[in-house]
Design a protein around this ligand. Structure first.
Ligand code: NAP
Length: 259
């Protein structure tokens, strides 16, 4: 590539002082995304419940730790104002916090688990996007990246997750609608849908040889997934390299759903 080409390629990924909020940043994918955005120049607020973990990461990346239980809508509503007051208006929001609250089959999922799943995985990203919107509109641009799952797109035999799948599919619907409503303000909204990768949520799966063999068998690419395999898609969508992409759900799954 020519020197000009090099500069262009670098500019596409440069986040030059943009303020970013990354939820779920106390572990797994959120922590990897926070490190990646900071390394590209963003000032990053990291959000989750475990303050000690967040404080360590914030120190490492010169960011801001915001401890919050996002499954409580009132507390979730306080995150964006706190970040805006400390770092300035957020231009990037990555909703990576998520969880699963029951392993029951669909017919037996308790209502409480269904509601908790939807509150954390779907309602909280919506509330954070709503709170970020006026800041992004004022700045004249914004990028929201939600993290869903291939289970929002296909059923996963043997690993029951009905409310989780519903919450993740809901994120794709929310993404398309917000993208269309907010495009006039140059606010882009996309979703990354990972396949299986090793993290705290999936730790027990990978520890079972039978389950790990099932995951290997169903993933065409030979490598076992980890958080760093998903980060590239989030970085692409968060910055100028993704500047003409909006309303999409990008699957990053080692080929699981291509079979
Ligand atoms: N691992 C996979 O195979 C896989 C596949 C598809 C999709 N995903 C999705 O990828 C995202 C990241 O997951 P991961 O695999 O990296 O798992 P992880 O390491 O367990 O990370 C989950 C993050 O969410 C945070 N979180 C959980 N409950 C929260 C709450 N009530 N309030 C605030 N933060 C909360 C956790 O922090 P605290 O505990 O400190 O609050 C943690 O930082 C999730 O949305 C998950 O659904 C994962």
């Amino acid at each position: 590539m020519t020197p000009d080409g090099d500069a262009f390629a670098r500019r596409m990924f440069d986040l030059d002082d943009r303020v970013a909020i990354v939820t779920g940043a106390s572990s797994g994918l959120g922590a990897s995304v926070a490190r990646a955005l900071a390394s590209l120049g963003a000032r990053v607020a990291v959000v989750a419940r475990r303050h000690d973990r967040l404080a360590g990461l914030a120190k490492e990346i010169d960011g801001l730790a915001v401890a919050c239980d996002l499954s409580d809508p009132e507390r979730a509503g306080s995150v964006v104002p706190a970040v805006a007051a400390d770092l300035g208006p957020p231009e990037i929001l990555v909703n990576a916090a998520g969880g699963m609250f029951t392993e029951e089959r669909a017919e037996d999922e308790p209502l409480d688990a269904v509601r908790r799943t939807l509150d954390l995985n779907l309602v909280a990203p919506f509330l954070l996007a709503q709170a970020a919107f006026p800041h992004m509109r004022a700045v004249g641009r914004g990028a929201i990246v939600n993290v869903s799952s291939i289970s929002g797109r296909v059923g996963i035999p043997g690993i029951p997750q009905a409310s989780y799948a519903a919450s993740k599919a809901g994120l794709s619907g929310l993404t398309a609608e917000l993208a269309v409503q907010w495009a006039r303000h140059s606010i882009r909204v996309n979703t990354v849908a990972p396949g299986f990768f090793r993290s705290e949520i999936t730790g027990p799966l990978y520890e079972s040889e039978r389950a790990a063999a099932y995951l290997r068998r169903n993933t065409p690419l030979p490598k076992e997934g980890d958080a760093d395999d998903i980060v590239g898609a989030v970085v692409w969508l968060a910055g100028d390299a993704g500047s003409y992409v909006t309303g999409q759900t990008i699957v990053v799954d080692g080929g699981w759903t291509a079979r």
